[in-house]
Design a protein around this ligand. Sequence first.
Ligand SMILES: Nc1nc2c(ncn2[C@@H]2O[C@H](COP(=O)(O)OP(=O)(O)OP(=O)(O)O)[C@@H](O)[C@H]2O)c(=O)[nH]1
Length: 246
Amino acid sequence: MDSRYDIQRRGGGGSMNSGSSAKGSPALTGGQSRRRKIPPRPADYKLQIIIIGSRGVGKTSLMERFTDDTFCEACKSTVGVDFKIKTVDLRGKKIRLQIWDTAGQERFNSITSAYYRGAKGIVLVYDITKEETFDDLPKWMKMIDKYASEDAELLLVGNKLDCETDRIITRQQGERFSSRISGMRFCEASAKDNFNVDEIFLKLVDDILNKMPLEVPSKALSNSILSLQPEPEVPPELPPPRLRCC
Ligand SMILES: Nc1nc2c(ncn2[C@@H]2O[C@H](COP(=O)(O)OP(=O)(O)OP(=O)(O)O)[C@@H](O)[C@H]2O)c(=O)[nH]1
């Protein structure tokens, strides 16, 4: 892979399981074919990741590329929030990711801000071809400071790398911005061409796992945010997420 697409600043990585559940295979017993349902192995952990950034930068596209390997050329703007689930295998653990895709339009900030708190990872996206989306980054950082957990992992993504000829924001500008924020990674990606998309999410999850003790007793986990709970977790007092359509 071209080094331009490598995630900056820290090493690591992992493998991915694209399915949401393992499928059982039919068992043959006593010469008779019987279908025995093998329940999927439950996830070891559940993590929430939120994607934020200005309107049209490609938040939904990155999420859908990662979860469904699809890309929509002419999508409608997200209204409020949307979410997708994806299960990944990392370090021998099965991790169920809830990925929250937020509306970039400012008028939805009061809704989307309620989803920051539970996020263990935050993907902040700008469009390398649109200066205003880069200029908006300090505004998004203020939202993070105000609403997100202090220990959330941060990743800055310059999206639409396939539009190199229309590039306005240099890679160095992105790197400089992220280097001013403690612990923030930086990466350029293309949801359209599927450059670095899996890497974004897997690296973020890997960083989150790095921070947490994996082998804690199950009792301790049952009270933690990482324990399995009914999903999706919609913050209280909020209506369920409104889904977008393409
Ligand atoms: N060329 C190119 N276009 C992209 C890429 N990612 C998204 N787009 C296009 O950019 C437009 C906006 O993409 P969305 O994914 O809806 O952006 P968003 O950030 O979710 O937008 P809001 O919901 O309005 O906040 C769509 O027309 C996408 O097809 C990319 O990597 N390359």
